[in-house]
Design a protein around this ligand. Structure first.
Ligand SMILES: Cc1cc2nc3c(=O)[nH]c(=O)nc-3n(C[C@H](O)[C@H](O)[C@H](O)COP(=O)(O)OP(=O)(O)OC[C@H]3O[C@@H](n4cnc5c(N)ncnc54)[C@H](O)[C@@H]3O)c2cc1C
Length: 367
C-alpha cells in the first residue's frame, strides 16, 4: 500500500536518527536516545535507533546502553560519508516502510540538512531546534506549571492527547512556543546538541538491544553528489559542550579585552581544565571565535561550574547556560539579570574580583 502520512493510526514507535562520523557515534545520539526512551515510555511504544553508514553495525549496541530497544542499521558503501541524496533516500525508504510515529534528529549540520528534506518528502511537519519534548499531557502540564508564566489553573487540556509536544524558543527567545503536528506522521523534530541530558550507560541494556541490518538500494540516479575528499579544518575548536568548567566573558571586559580573556583563562586553569566561553557581544566584536559562543544562537551547555564575567544575562544568553550545575556571576551592576539564575553572585569590577578568586582557589587547593 502507498505511504500515506495522513493515515496517522498506522504509525508507531519513537525513532532517533543516529549520526556517525568516521564510524563513531556522536554525543547527540546518546542525548536523543536518552530523551527518546522517556518519550517511548510515555507513549508505551518501542524506541528504535536508525543508523546509516558503512560497516557500522558493531557500534550500534552502544545505543542500547542509553535506552534503544532496537537499532536498524542501513549499510552501504555510499553511506560511509554523509551526502544529502543518499541519506535522504535511504531514511525516507525505511520510514515509508516501517512508519515510525516520531523521529528525533540532532540539530547538527547534518541533521539540519537531512531533517527538512525528509519531512518534505514524507509530507509531514518538522519543528526545528526543540529544547523540550513531551508526549504525556500530564507531564506537559507539569512542565508548563514549572517553566511558564501561564495561569494553567484557568486552562483546560485534552488529557488524552498523544501528539508529540515540541517546545522551542520563538521570537528571538522572548517566547517559548509548543508546536504539534496533529494531522500527519511521523512527527519530526530536530533537537540542539547539549540540550537533552544523557542517561547513565547500562551494559545490560546494551547487550539486550536488538540490532537489525537492512538491505539498502541506491542507484546512480539517486546520487547527484559524491564525496571525493574530506579536508579537515586544522584549527582547534573549543569543546564547550563536553566541558565541566566554563568561564565565560561578556562585554564587561571591554576596557581591556586581552587582559579580560587572559584572566578568564587563568580562572579556568585554576579550577582545573576549564575552557573559556563568551556572550554573543564578545563574538560579534571579534574578541573570541564563534565556537566559543554560549546561548540561543551559540552552544547550550550544562557544565558542573559556569562562571559569567561581565555578562548582563540576556534571555538569549541564559537559554544556553541556565541548566549548569553551579553558576557564579561577577558583574559591577547589582541589578544585572544574570544574578537571577546565579547560585553565587559577586558585585564588583571583574578585573579586581577575578585575581582574588584565582588566589582563593589556589589557597584552597594548597590547604
Ligand atoms: C535572536 C537573538 C539571538 C541571540 N543569541 C545570543 C546568544 O546565543 N548568546 C548571547 O550571549 N547573546 C545572544 N543574543 C544577544 C543578547 O540579547 C545580548 O545582547 C548579549 O548576550 C549581551 O552580551 P553581554 O552580556 O556580554 O553584554 P551586555 O549586555 O552589554 O552586558 C555587559 C555587562 O557587563 C557588566 N560590566 C561592565 N563592565 C564590567 C566590569 N568591569 N566588571 C564586571 N562587570 C562589568 C555590565 O554591568 C553589563 O551587565 C541574541 C540576541 C538575539 C536577538
Amino acid at each position: 500500500m502507498a505511504f500515506n502520512s495522513a493515515d496517522i493510526n498506522s504509525f508507531r514507535d519513537i525513532w532517533v536518527f543516529c549520526e556517525q562520523r568516521e564510524g563513531k557515534l556522536v554525543n547527540t545520539d546518546f542525548e536523543l536516545i536518552s530523551e527518546g526512551r522517556k518519550l517511548a515510555d510515555e507513549r508505551g511504544s518501542k524506541l528504535v535507533g536508525i543508523l546509516l553508514g558503512h560497516e557500522v553495525s558493531e557500534i550500534a549496541k552502544e545505543l542500547g546502553g542509553y535506552g534503544a530497544d532496537k537499532v536498524i542499521v542501513c549499510d552501504h558503501p555510499e553511506l560511509e560519508f554523509y551526502t544529502t541524496d543518499a541519506y535522504a533516500k535511504v531514511l525516507c525508504d525505511v520510514v515509508m516502510e516501517e512508519k515510525p510515529e516520531v523521529i528525533l534528529i540532532g540539530a547538527t549540520n547534518i541533521g539540519r540538512d537531512l531533517g527538512p528534506r525528509c519531512a518534505a518528502r514524507l509530507h509531514t511537519g518538522l519543528t526545528a531546534d526543540c529544547t523540550h519534548l513531551d508526549i504525556d499531557m500530564k507531564k506537559y502540564v507539569e512542565f508548563l506549571s514549572t517553566s511558564s508564566t501561564l495561569d494553567i489553573s484557568s486552562m483546560t487540556f485534552p488529557m488524552e492527547d498523544t501528539n508529540l509536544k515540541m517546545t522551542r524558543p520563538a521570537f528571538g527567545g522572548h517566547l517559548m512556543a509548543t508546536i504539534i503536528c496533529p494531522r500527519f506522521r511521523p512527527c519530526m523534530s530536530t533537537v540542539r546538541p547539549g540540550v537533552m541530558k544523557k542517561a547513565e550507560f547500562s551494559q545490560e541494556m546494551a547487550e539486550a538491544c536488538q540490532v537489525v541490518t537492512r538491505h539498502v538500494t541506491l542507484t546512480d540516479e539517486d546520487l547527484k553528489s559524491k564525496v571525493i575528499n574530506i579536508v579537515k579544518e586544522t584549527k582547534k575548536i573549543v569543546d564547550l559542550i563536553g566541558a565541566e568548567i566554563i568561564v565565560s566573558v561578556g562585554r564587561g571586559i571591554s576596557k581591556d579585552v586581552q587582559g579580560g580573556i587572559a584572566l578568564a583563562e587563568k580562572l579556568a586553569d585554576a579550577f582545573g581544565n576549564g575552557v573559556v566561553g563568551g556572550s554573543r557581544a564578545v563574538i560579534d566584536s571579534g574578541w573570541l571565535p564563534a565556537d566559543h559562543q554560549v546561548g540561543q544562537t551559540g552552544k547550550t551547555v550544562h557544565p558542573k561550574v559556569y562562571v559569567a564575567l561581565g555578562i548582563s544575562g540576556a534571555i538569549q544568553h541564559k537559554a544556553g547556560m541556565q541548566d549548569s550545575e553551579l553558576i557564579i556571576a561577577v558583574n559591577k551592576d547589582e541589578t544585572a539579570p544574570i544574578f537571577d539564575c546565579a547560585d553565587y553572585g559577586i558585585t564588583g569590577d571583574l578585573f579586581k574580583i577575578v585575581p582574588m578568586m584565582i588566589e582563593a582557589i589556589k589557597e584552597g587547593k594548597n590547604a
